[in-house]
Design a protein around this ligand. Structure first.
Ligand SMILES: Cc1ncc(COP(=O)(O)O)c(C=O)c1O
Length: 410
């Protein structure tokens, strides 16, 4: 019998929902992954901003093994210690009081935010949430309705009602979109899938003021930019260090370095009945796996290791190093370098070859042993683990220099 290859298994049995690269990875360690043929790659995609600690971090592996041997899952009918401790740690890191709900992914964390906003608006008919061009909030029906990119919505009508899209970083347009139905503003402090676009400080301060003026919730989607990627626990603080306090925040991706964990937090502002963080009472929201002992132990370990190993500083320092060197390369292929911490976008000029520049560059870099993540037609993202070394950053820079110098810009 002939054993099918991994590509053949995918071709025959896995739904074709992703535009995947034909690369089958089988192992990882630190910042490196290996394909099935044994070729090594420097992983500057980290599973799309997920593997904060890189691959097979020994402390995380040990915590997972111990917890798996102790108690993996109980459902949320019962209490388990790791969930309570992780919630406490998150509340402490955010530093604004409040409480946390655990789920399994970024889209699901955002669903919690939409429901929180609807509940905040009830029983009046305030239910509209303002979101922004080039945003990305996930692939559930709610997520694609919230996402202000037409390409994710095609053929999925009717969408969920109540999302209004406005140009990002445009305060006047945001104010003009507010009406008697508006209940919340939702934004990514640094847009990820939209091509690494940071909010401006004026915009963040301005939307907070608008929310105060009109009694709206300010909600941040930090699924991609949160928990260390920008060099701070809270991405919004890398843009405005103090004075802009959200009412609710969602996370996933880097929070547990690859173990599927999502979460959202709500603060303690008063509502008509209870504090915001107590608004979703028993029976209003839930998920079977959310915050089970295995994933919560992973989240606790990841956030503690980020603290112990000084990875916020590392993200800031190596982010500045990478961006400085990329700008200094001054290559014709590079149009713009943008980003915050280890969330870096390289916007490319048109390149000679088949398809969009982002895909041409990603494939050429892959062939040279560097994994990056394309974003749209002309941006590639560097989203490495937060614990990369300077030597690894320099190795990635030298591959980028070599490959992008050889790429002919049209
Ligand atoms: C900002 C943002 N929100 C939400 C999501 C959806 O997260 P998930 O794919 O875990 O559902 C993503 C995924 O890329 C994201 O970048």
């Amino acid at each position: 019998m002939i054993t099918p290859s991994t590509s053949e298994l995918y071709r025959d049995y896995v739904m074709p929902t992703y535009g995947r690269f034909d690369l089958a990875l089988s192992r990882g360690e630190g910042t490196h992954v290996w394909d099935e043929a044994g070729k090594a790659y420097l992983d500057f995609g980290a599973g799309i901003a997920v593997c904060s600690l890189g691959h097979a971090h020994p402390k995380l592996v040990k915590v997972l093994a111990n917890q798996a041997a102790t108690l993996i899952h109980t459902s949320n009918l019962y209490l388990t210690r790791p969930q309570g401790e992780l919630a406490k740690l998150i509340v402490e890191l955010v530093g604004l009081g409040g409480k946390v709900f655990f789920c399994n992914s970024g889209a699901e964390a955002n669903e919690g935010l939409y429901k929180l906003a609807r509940k905040f608006g009830a029983p009046t008919d305030r239910y509209e949430i303002i979101t922004f061009t080039n945003s990305f909030h996930g692939r559930t029906l709610g997520g694609i309705s919230a996402t202000a990119q037409e390409k994710v919505k095609i053929d999925f009508a009717p969408l969920v009602e109540g999302f209004v899209h406005v140009p990002f970083n445009d305060l006047a347009a945001t104010e003009a979109a507010i009406n008697s139905r508006t209940v919340a503003i939702l934004l990514e402090p640094v847009q990820g899938e939209g091509g690494i676009n940071p909010a401006t400080p004026e915009f963040l301060k301005g939307v907070r003021a608008l929310c105060d003026k009109h009694d709206l919730l300010l909600m941040f989607d930090e699924v991609q930019c949160g928990f260390g990627r920008t060099g701070d626990w809270c991405a919004w603080k890398t843009i405005v260090p103090s004075g802009v306090e959200p009412d609710a925040v969602s996370w996933a991706k880097g929070i547990a370095s690859g173990v599927p964990l999502g979460a959202f937090w709500a603060g303690s502002r008063p509502t008509a009945s209870v504090q915001l963080c107590d608004l979703l009472g028993p029976g209003t929201h839930g998920t079977t796996y959310g915050g089970n002992p295995l994933v919560a132990a992973a989240g606790l370990a990841v956030l503690s290791i980020i603290q112990q190993e000084g990875l916020l500083e590392n993200a800031r320092e190596l982010g500045t190093h990478l961006m400085g060197k990329l700008v200094a390369m001054n290559l014709p292929a590079i149009r713009l370098v943008k980003g915050v911490g280890l969330m870096i976008g390289i916007e490319l000029n048109d390149l000679e070859g088949e398809g969009p520049a982002s895909i041409i560059a990603t494939k050429a870099l892959m062939a040279a042993g560097l994994l990056v993540v394309p974003s749209g037609e002309r941006t590639i993202r560097l989203l490495p683990p937060l614990n990369i070394t300077k030597a690894e950053a320099d190795e990635a820079l030298s591959i980028l220099q070599k490959v992008l110098s050889a790429a002919d810009s049209r």
